[in-house]
Design a protein around this ligand. Structure first.
Ligand SMILES: [Zn+2]
Length: 266
């Protein structure tokens, strides 16, 4: 009996000497899922992360993330663990799109006012930091179709450079079902945004939000709880769009991440 207790004690202590388990690539644009000992405080580049009761947490690297990051874990026993992360650089594509209506490329003053008001709504949702870790379910691609645009591409619209593409474009016929990429709570429903048309956001907890845009029809309302795979709406071409497709994005706070890095964790 004494020996068994001793082994348990050694296992317990040795477990506490190891840093969190991280799943995901340490590279620009990537999401990273972590698991540490319950009750641990985790800091990513000095920023305190939410840690679920079972020790799970999430963070991510922006498109232009710097080469070095640091994760600090303050264990319940007072021990502090530091993990240095070397963030791999990615080569982003240049994407040229021509033939957009001029008014969508250079909005007038009235349209700019509308655009800023709509962006403010989205920004407010990205500030939500709810504690329910819905994201631990993992993520699926929300619509079937052909990937026609990837995260991080620098877009040149009618010859004018714009901000990098913030999500993935999935081309599919109008009416193709759009599914919730993971469990969560509907945090935004908008029927007509200037750029994004019919727009939905889902809060997956710990500052993770997915966004679904250009839809033809919306099936849900704000506050609805959805399960991964639930049909939340249908593919369309509303807002600034050149054809039927789903633009799917994911953000961690105000950091936009590459949705394709969220797949294949199950
Ligand atoms: Zn897009």
């Amino acid at each position: 009996m004494k020996k068994i207790l001793y082994i348990f004690a050694v296992l317990f202590l040795s477990q506490q000497a190891f840093a969190a388990d991280l799943s995901g690539d340490i590279k620009q644009g990537a999401i990273v899922f972590g698991k540490t000992i319950s009750g641990t405080e985790v800091l990513f580049d000095g920023k305190l992360l939410k840690v679920a009761k079972d020790g799970r947490f999430v963070f991510g690297f922006g498109r232009d993330a710097k080469a070095k990051s640091e994760l600090i874990e303050k264990l319940p026993n007072g021990k502090e663990l530091k993990t240095k992360l070397s963030v791999a650089k990615r080569n982003w594509k240049i994407q040229k799109i021509n033939g957009l209506p001029a008014k969508h490329v250079t909005p007038d003053e009235k349209e700019l006012k509308r655009i800023y008001a709509e962006l403010a709504l989205i920004k407010d949702v990205r500030k939500i930091n709810s504690k329910n870790p819905y994201f631990t379910k993992g993520f699926i691609q929300p619509a079937e179709g052909v990937i026609t645009g990837i995260f991080g591409s620098q877009r040149i619209l009618n010859g004018k450079p714009r901000s990098p593409h913030s999500g993935v474009d999935i081309a599919a016929p109008t009416g193709t079902p759009v599914k919730a990429a993971s469990d969560g709570v509907i945090s935004l429903v908008h029927e007509d945004m200037f750029y994004t048309g019919k727009t939905i956001m889902i809060d997956h907890g710990h500052m993770l939000e997915t966004i679904y845009i250009h839809m033809s029809k919306i099936n849900v309302k704000k506050g609805d709880i959805v399960n991964q795979g639930d049909i939340i709406g249908y593919v369309g071409s509303t807002g600034r769009s050149t054809g039927a497709h789903l633009h799917w994005g994911i953000s961690w706070g105000n950091v936009k991440l590459d949705p394709q890095t969220t797949l294949n964790f199950n």
